[in-house]
Ligand binder design. Sequence first.
Ligand code: ATP
Length: 361
Amino acid sequence: MAALKKIAAIPGDGIGQEVIPQALKVVQATGAAIEFTQFDWGADRFLADSTTVPTDGFTMLARDFEAILVGAFGDPRIASNIHAKEILLGMRTKMDLFANVRPVRLMDESLCPLKSVKPEDLDFTVIRENTEGVYGDSGGVFKLGTPDEVAIQEDINTRKGVERIIRYAFEYCSNSKKMNGSPRRRVLMCDKSNAMTHAGGLWQRTFKDVARDFPKIETQHMYVDALCMQMVRDPRNFDVIVTNNMFGDIITDLAAGLQGGLGVAASGNLRPRHTSMFEPVHGSAPPIAGKNVANPLGAILTAAMMLAHLGLDQPARKIESAVLAAVREKKTTADIGGTLGTEQAGEWIASKVSTSKDLDY
Ligand code: ATP
């Protein structure tokens, strides 16, 4: 019998509390040897006892769990968003989860807002640097609140950080396949090196250096503005895209739009050979929280991604097939054309998973 894999589940805030239970239910329906332990980190806990992350929380996660499944953080009652920053950004930086991996796949033609884009046309992955760049909170303000105020937000790019994310993208391209089974062939590096010359220069040089170690993989470069336009005009030819923290944040929301919206997008925050964290791309979505309308597919596909990362390919594929069936049969929430609630959509997929035979996959 397979060894039990221990997973920490942190639903967090808002719709995170609704979609993560659906993901857990679906994983359990696969019969995979997984044990979930739930944690209450999030806004309610912070408001109750001022705890964002308990003492040694990150050390405990890295020591006791093989992966972490997270919902979302953010709550209108906490204007500073301090708990979200400390938990989510803390996890990414303190556990050094440097590779943010976001698959962009179209499950059904009806989900794409562009004309005539078919599922086989849209199957690429964005690899976003997750620990540096302008989100590192480096900088400051001078003469705050005066007409002479100066705000500086620094963009940190280290050779080590840039090299490891680019190398990760080439390794990902070498080792992963498209949904139709064909190999991946090309890594595209996206920057703004014509305007941001210092950081861009480092990315350009490092990309060329690392590419020499992967002679079979094609390389391509695009400025981020041109990439955004191309994604909307014709997203067919993308394969693996590697970029920095901020550009990755922006283009993955654009890419989520192409695949059916924030409700269906999955992501992983990875550090090879260490405990990694998986989260749906959407946030806590306060306007729709608590109404049983949030789409649970992003969280469910995120859980499948986590299982695949842990080497549990068969249960991961079962979940992906059941999600595909739900989309095709419109057994989904209203944001992608169905009539079910969050819980009912999760229930439908869990039941599809539990009745599917291994041979079907
Ligand atoms: P964050 O900054 O935390 O990423 P955000 O404000 O950018 O969050 P979300 O909280 O993800 O964005 O949501 C924005 C809007 O997108 C929501 O108000 C909702 O309308 C829609 N949305 C997001 N996630 C879902 C979902 N799972 N199902 C349905 N709609 C969703």
